[in-house]
Design a protein around this ligand. Structure first.
Ligand SMILES: Cc1cc2nc3c(=O)[nH]c(=O)nc-3n(C[C@H](O)[C@H](O)[C@H](O)COP(=O)(O)OP(=O)(O)OC[C@H]3O[C@@H](n4cnc5c(N)ncnc54)[C@H](O)[C@@H]3O)c2cc1C
Length: 463
């Protein structure tokens, strides 16, 4: 998702150095100090933090790979295809870029400019200025409205956006937030950190996250079915019950609201409401491999359409210099389209390109694949966006349950929600809170100090 609009290398080394003593025995052999549920960005960050503190932990993941919504697929096209997150927002302060391993991973700045297609031609400079001015006016109006009341962003839009209204609505709504502006809290939108500066990872953002998970004690294909806090924490999985003193739970808001994990006792109404008000929007990539650069675009060119309605998309062309073009769909339109299936999505992308560049371009489509995050049973959507009146719910997600369960994940970050960096920071914060509760580590008895056999179970996913 592109928005128009910490931690040092030493910490990473410390975390990795701590790992050999923390290899994961099979579930059921606890008790652990901490069980971390979900190996996306938040879970990986939490596990590194807990490992660095010398605590016994286990990281369990329902899927057969780490990464969650930040995963690189290299099999489908033979080049890296980020099925989820691709843009590294605010690279200068992004915790993942700071931890990037020295070898094998290259981060480079994203081009700052964007193009707008008006029918079969590009917008001229004056038109682009009008478009950008309309975006600025709309963003300011939402911020002004949010200072008075947490209304829907759509309610706050100025009336004079004229011919750019529909395009601005797409850019600020489905493209930036996965929801239409009528479903978006003005306050949540206004509090979100600016995300103008961006970078890309040539090997894929998911490959970077997978590299940061290297060596962690992960149990893959181990979904938590029940989290029981009646006495300490007992996490039931199909492979057995894991006992721990505390849990960090990083599954998406829709997974919790959808009842995919059972809590005993039930979650308090306050938390359930918060998960519901922070539901995930819809956002998908329709990836097309185009032979011979038929669009004549540069590496990582970002193109919008001057649209008249919601049936529109954005395109990130020639991803990292490859023939891959990502057609981005989201919001209510994207949700309906993805419900129709992958073929309908690919057809839409072909027609959209034909509308903007001529019918011949369809002949250049070599291979195609579309993500359908709403149908991914371990996620059930793209990223959280607060409903009007729901901004304060993000803080509620950070409150512990019975001093035993801490929630983390992108939805729990008040300004970097919907991003990998936000998920990472929230995972670290939850881990810090758990470590404070556990107190200082006691010196291990001599027999316990021996390193457990090391297991490296994670890998870059190839769905
Ligand atoms: C299409 C798309 C594009 C995006 N683009 C960007 C972008 O460009 N830049 C950006 O910064 N962010 C982007 N995002 C958002 C970003 O991917 C997420 O904010 C971030 O990856 C969320 O991390 P997380 O750890 O909170 O959650 P997740 O990544 O969802 O991790 C939760 C993990 O829990 C696992 N799980 C679920 N249920 C269970 C269970 N019962 N037991 C055990 N494990 C379970 C899941 O399999 C998953 O691995 C995008 C997201 C999508 C979908």
């Amino acid at each position: 998702m592109a928005r128009l609009s910490r931690r040092s290398f030493l910490a990473a080394s410390a975390a990795l150095a701590a790992q050999p003593a923390l290899g994961a025995p099979a579930p059921g052999t606890g008790p652990y100090d901490v069980v971390i549920v979900g190996a996306g960005a938040a879970g990986v960050a939490a596990a590194r933090r807990v490992a660095a503190a010398g605590r016994r932990y286990v990281l369990i993941e329902a899927a057969d790979h780490v990464g969650g919504r930040c995963i690189t697929d290299i099999r489908t096209f033979g080049v890296p295809f980020d099925r989820g997150a691709h843009w590294i927002h605010l690279p200068d302060t992004n915790p993942l870029t700071k931890l990037t391993p020295r070898g094998g991973i290259e981060i480079y700045p994203a081009p700052a400019s964007q193009k707008v297609r008006i029918g079969r031609r590009y917008a001229r400079e004056g038109e682009l200025e009008d478009f950008l001015a309309a975006q600025v006016r709309a963003t300011r109006a939402i911020g002004d409205a949010a200072r008075k009341a947490d209304v829907a962003c759509a309610q706050a839009l100025p009336n004079d956006l004229a011919e750019w209204r529909s395009t601005v609505e797409f850019v600020l709504g489905p493209f930036a937030s996965g929801k239409d502006l009528a479903q978006l809290s003005a306050l949540d939108f206004a509090r979100a950190a600016e995300r103008y500066a961006n970078a890309f990872c040539r090997q894929g953002f998911g490959a970077l996250l997978a590299a940061l998970a290297e060596g962690l004690a992960v149990q893959l294909s181990t979904p938590a079915t029940t989290i029981d806090t009646t006495r300490n924490v007992a996490v039931e999985t199909p492979k057995g019950t894991i006992s721990a003193r505390a849990a960090v739970v990083t599954v998406s808001t829709n997974v919790i609201s959808g009842g995919r994990v059972r809590f005993v006792p039930d979650l308090p109404r306050r938390q359930l409401d918060a998960f519901g008000r922070l539901s995930l929007g819809s956002y998908d990539h329709i990836a097309l491999s185009l032979t011979g650069n038929p669009l004549g675009l540069e590496t990582d060119d970002l193109v919008f359409e001057k649209s008249a309605d919601t049936h529109t998309a954005a395109m990130l062309a020639n991803v990292s210099g490859s023939p891959l073009c990502l057609i981005e769909v989201g919001g209510a339109f994207g949700r309906d389209l993805s419900a129709q299936g992958e073929n309908a999505m690919v057809d839409f992308a072909g027609e959209w390109l034909a509308r903007l560049y001529g019918a011949d371009v369809k002949k250049s489509i070599d291979r195609a694949s579309a993500t359908r995050w709403n149908n991914d049973g371990w996620t059930l959507g793209a990223f959280s966006a607060a409903a009007p009146g729901g901004e304060s719910m993000r803080r509620i997600l950070s409150e512990p349950i019975r001093d035993a369960v801490w929630f983390a994940g992108e939805a729990a970050h008040e300004t970097l929600w919907g991003t990998v960096g936000g998920a990472w920071e929230s995972g670290e914060r939850a881990a810090d809170a758990v470590l404070r509760k556990l107190g200082p580590v006691k010196e291990p008895a001599p027999a316990e100090a021996r390193p457990a056999p090391r297991r490296r179970t994670n890998r870059t996913a190839e769905p």
